[in-house]
Design a protein. Structure first.
Length: 266
């Protein structure tokens, strides 16, 4: 009975804070639709089975293994059509907390893709095509970025829109021949990983900011590489610092103690 009374008191506080009438004759400042919208924005479900929309501008949708994704037949020559960076939501990795409190959550995402660490290792192999005076700079840039591919694309002269340029040709031992060989070696390496699966394991602690229970969900950073034959490679960033916590109304959540581990499933 005490638990029921506390629930009623809490609901009345929520109603009062949103302007909804809680006493006979009291004029409410908001309609019932406004009240429901307020609850929805704070992560409360207002319709059975309805999941809040998280308006993160650069969200990348991940296709779960076995859910219809069928790569095209393998080919050796792979031409990059485009690449971009964004975030993918970790399903059920959400926590709710009020001011003065915190909640710890763990979650995982199994996806078709590879880790940024593995891409970084492959990128380092193409340093053999560079002139000696550029090798150290190349290794320093590739190993210092959070994405294994973000620096190497510049060295290969490939833009985010898939434009191939020879502006970096003077950095290679034998000019265009070496640049072409480096591009083919790096891009064709994805040919062997398009069907690979990884599991991204994350955890974080959500800190409450308001008197109302606020829900935050975790997003991991992902690179999406599209090839001209319509195949796609997702690269998950192996760095907990790139994780994002977002509330249902699109605000940054207060998350601490972030941890992220990527393991190969097959």
């Amino acid at each position: 009975m005490k638990a029921i009374n506390l629930s009623i008191i809490f609901l009345m506080l929520v109603l009062s804070a949103t302007g909804f009438p809680t006493s006979p004759g009291e004029q409410g400042g908001h309609s019932i639709s406004k009240f429901l919208a307020t609850l929805s924005a704070r992560g409360f479900p207002t319709s059975p089975g309805v999941e809040p929309v998280y308006p993160i501008s650069n969200e990348i949708k991940i296709v779960a293994p076995g859910s219809g994704f069928r790569p095209a037949p393998l080919k050796q020559n792979m031409t990059v059509k485009s690449y971009k960076y964004g975030h993918a939501r970790v399903a059920r990795a959400c926590a709710t907390a009020t001011i003065g409190g915190s909640a710890h959550i763990q979650g995982s995402l199994i996806m078709t893709g590879v880790s940024s660490t593995s891409v970084q290792k492959r990128a380092l192999k193409i340093s053999e095509y560079l002139k000696t005076e550029h090798k150290e700079e190349f290794k320093r840039e590739v190993t210092n970025v959070r994405f294994g591919g973000s620096a190497v694309w510049k060295w290969l002269g490939i833009s985010a829109s898939g434009k191939y340029s020879n502006e970096v040709i003077d950095k290679y031992q034998f000019g265009e021949r070496s640049l072409k060989a480096a591009r083919e070696e790096f891009t064709s390496s994805f040919d062997q990983t398009l069907k690979k699966q990884i599991e991204v394991q994350i955890s974080f602690t959500a800190e409450g900011r308001t008197p109302f229970p606020t829900k935050v969900c975790s997003f991991i950073q992902v690179e999406e590489i599209k090839f001209t034959d319509s195949r796609i490679q997702h690269v998950a960033t192996n760095d907990a610092g790139t994780m994002e916590c977002v509330t249902p109304d699109g605000q940054a959540g207060d998350c601490k103690n972030k941890k992220l581990v990527i393991i190969n499933v097959d």
